[in-house]
Design a protein around this ligand. Structure first.
Ligand code: F6R
Length: 614
């Protein structure tokens, strides 16, 4: 949520900042801005709306702006103050010498602002960030040292922040710090980069250092000073970033979302690789540190997550309970954190997050950790804040996901839950070997089945065209595919803005059925197995109320042909593994409907990829 980029070195900063912001655009797209230092003057360029507006402004002044070899940039997802040019970052102080970009929320900004106003500061924006610019300016006036000014300011600000600050009078320096918001330094030859996320810098360097909470870095083209907010000098921990720049290309697809949907067969292969080697070998999860005894003592599992990750968690609940007989609760992290936390050392707490930076989920796992629970994190970002809270880690290896609507990371999370559940069942010896082997086989052949679905995408596109004008959409399923119905509905509503809801098919008759008429599409997830006949009769009930029926099915049963107006077919699959296949056509359906409606698929309105505020 919000993206930050910074550069200091000998190259022109402009394109590095703009390219960095382009690769962070998924983090927010309400407004954008940069600050550079040209001939000893800090200059701000800001624009409301998409990044292209800022690019147009900077293009008109390109010859002038390219002179700067230092700069900071920001892409905003508005929290305090409307998404206007005035509220766009960077923000400055009265004298205009300081520029600040910020990701997070300054919780005590009102008190700080009142105080600063009393001391003569004139605020131009409604943002919490502007208080930081004025505060740092005050501290600089007292100390004449930018690092010290930032350090003193951090002692007064409360909340979450990643901050980068430049000052006109120290034109070869950027100071950066963070608390509960991600920030990393990229290291080049005679140059440094700053970013809130890897995509902003990966095309320049793979050598990087993650800044931790309450740490401050001071960068010049040839030096990095690294301290904590108590002035202790720290030893930099330099890492090699395991990402490839190619992940940021659309590779010929019209949208990142479509590309990422197509990557899913390989994502499944990657997740399984090294963990599920052969049917008769046990699952290997190297970074899970619980032993057989720990598993024996577990009385309960609590999973916390948000959005799409929550849906993966719901599948996790179903299979862990089914394979291992351990009770599992799943709760949105945003709810979990505002009631009494009842976890203890016999509760395994699992946090699930693509980004590993979702504020609600981080808070939830920290609360549980404080009560002594073992924390297991399932994440696509082993380098994230959440991963650093983990006692055990399951890295999901989906690669960088750019589309705001999560697809391949969901697939990777779901597959990781299968591995985890089978791993636990093997440790606990809670399942017949033949059943385990059958499940492993289903996982190994899953990529080909997904490829088959992708090969028939034209039929899903045709279905999308037929239903694109619907105002509402209902998805129904039972059992293990109920989360698939929720996820299918979420995908559709977030990128097409059609009001879509997932229901357990059995609940339809307890209220939602009142909404059905000839204008309402009802998509039934009809997978052969335990609840097949039940969903079929629920679909009959919906049809009897004139709903427009769509089936998503692996069934070859002819009697469904008359019941459904459209049928999306998937290959034969075991019901227990079916959520990992059934979601793919739903992702494609949502994608094509949004495309037909002309929506901005990769950057849906009001959303941001990584939600770093509670
Ligand atoms: C939907 C989507 C969001 C995220 C949610 C949690 O497509 O992407 O619902 O799933 O914001 O994000 P993570 O998984 O990063 O914690």
């Amino acid at each position: 949520m919000c993206g930050i980029v910074g550069y200091i070195g000998s190259k022109s900063a402009l394109d590095i900042l703009l390219d960095g912001l382009t690769n962070l655009e998924y983090r927010g797209y309400d407004s954008a801005g940069i600050a550079v230092n040209i001939d000893g003057m800090v200059e701000l360029y800001k624009a409301e709306g998409k990044l292209q507006n800022l690019k147009d402004i900077t293009e008109a002044n390109r010859t002038h702006i390219t002179k700067s070899t230092i700069g900071i940039g920001h892409i905003r997802w508005a929290t305090h103050g409307a998404p206007t040019t005035i509220n766009a970052h960077p923000h400055s102080c009265n004298c205009g010498k300081i520029a600040v970009v910020h990701n997070g929320i300054i919780e005590n900004y009102k008190e700080l602002r009142e105080n600063l106003e009393k001391q003569g500061c004139v605020f131009r924006s409604q943002t919490d960030t502007e208080t930081v610019a004025h505060l740092v300016a005050h501290k600089y006036a007292q100390t004449n040292d930018l690092t010290e000014a930032v350090r003193l300011a951090t002692k007064e600000i409360e909340g979450a922040y990643a901050l980068c600050v430049i000052h006109q009078d120290v034109k070869d320096t950027i100071v950066a710090t963070r608390r509960n918001a991600p920030l990393l330094v990229g290291i080049g030859e005679g140059e440094y980069y700053l970013a809130s996320d890897v995509p902003a810098i990966i095309q320049h360097t793979k050598k990087a250092m993650y800044i931790d909470d309450n740490q401050i870095v001071t960068l010049t083209p040839n030096s990095m000073k690294y301290i904590d907010t108590d002035k202790n000098v720290l030893e930099p921990k330099i890492e090699h970033l395991p990402w490839e720049p190619v992940a940021l290309s659309k590779m010929g697809y019209k949208h990142f979302m479509l590309k990422e949907i197509h990557e899913q067969p390989d994502v499944v292969r990657n997740v399984l690789s090294g963990k599920l080697k052969a049917i008769d070998e046990k699952i290997k999860l190297d970074e899970v540190t619980l032993n057989a005894n720990d598993f024996k003592n577990l009385t309960r599992i609590q999973i916390v997550a948000c959005g799409t990750s929550l849906h993966a968690a719901m599948i996790g609940k179903y299979i862990i309970e089914d394979f291992c007989g351990i009770p599992v609760d799943v709760e949105p992290a945003s709810e979990f954190i505002y009631r009494r936390t009842i976890t203890d050392k016999n509760t395994l707490v699992i946090g699930v997050s693509q980004s590993g930076e979702t504020a609600d989920t981080i808070t939830a796992v920290r609360q549980a950790k404080a009560l002594g629970s073992h924390i297991l994190i399932v994440t696509n970002r082993p380098d994230s804040t959440m991963a650093r809270e983990a006692n055990s880690l399951v890295p999901v290896n989906a690669g960088i996901e750019v589309s705001v609507a999560a697809t391949k990371s969901y697939m990777a999370q779901v597959i990781s839950f299968y591995l985890l559940a089978i791993y636990m069942a093997e440790v606990k010896e809670s399942m017949e070997l033949s059943e385990l082997n059958k499940l492993k086989h289903e996982l190994i052949v899953l990529p080909q089945k997904i490829e088959e679905v992708l090969a028939h995408k034209e039929s899903i596109k045709a279905c999308a065209k037929r239903f694109a004008n619907a105002k509402d959409f209902i998805f129904i399923a039972r059992g293990i595919n109920f989360p698939t119905a929720l996820e299918g509905a979420l995908k559709l509503k977030e990128i097409s803005y059609i009001n879509a809801t997932g229901y357990t098919a059995g609940e339809l008759k307890h209220g939602p059925i009142a909404m059905l008429d000839e204008s309402m599409p009802v998509l039934s997830i009809l997978i052969t197995g335990k609840v097949y006949e039940k969903i079929l009769s629920n679909s009959e009930e919906a049809k009897a109320r004139n709903a427009r029926m769509i089936a998503l099915t692996n069934s070859t049963d002819e009697k469904i042909n008359d019941l459904f107006e459209a049928i999306i077919r998937v290959p034969e699959i075991d019901e227990l593994v079916s959520p990992a296949l059934a979601i793919v056509p739903l992702q494609l359906l949502a994608y094509y409907i949004a495309e037909f409606l002309g929506k901005d698929v990769d950057q849906p309105r009001n959303l941001a990829k990584s939600v770093t505020v509670e």
